[in-house]
Design a protein around this ligand. Sequence first.
Ligand code: 5GP
Ligand code: ZN
Length: 116
Amino acid sequence: MSQECIFCRIINGEIATEFVYQDEQVVAFRDIAPKAPVHVLVVPRRHIPSLAHVTAEDEGVLGHMMYVARQVAEQEGVLESGFRTIVNTGPDGGQEIYHIHMHVLGGRPLGRMVSR
Ligand code: 5GP
Ligand code: ZN
């Protein structure tokens, strides 16, 4: 838990946010500034700043995040139409929030670029 981290505050219920999915390891909620009709963030409850900070002990939760992304895609009705998962890392990766998260985007053709 990081006191200044907005995602930790969301996970702790300090900032009221509807979870579209939650379990003991991760939560998922809608992005406040959606870039597509479906734009959900899959976020581990544990504060890991970025993909650059993960260690071998995080392998399990990282794999779980990808499985949850698939569950969210199904729930949001984009499993067959397709979706994109993005993990931005560090300044050049365009990361804004330093609590690791996976974007799940879909509901429209997203083009061939690997971008938001
Ligand atoms: P990043 O650039 O770090 O990969 O993505 C951070 C994402 O978090 C952005 O898409 C931004 O719109 C979203 N975001 C930032 N603050 C909040 C918030 O308070 N609530 C929600 N639901 N999303 C947020
Ligand atoms: Zn955090």
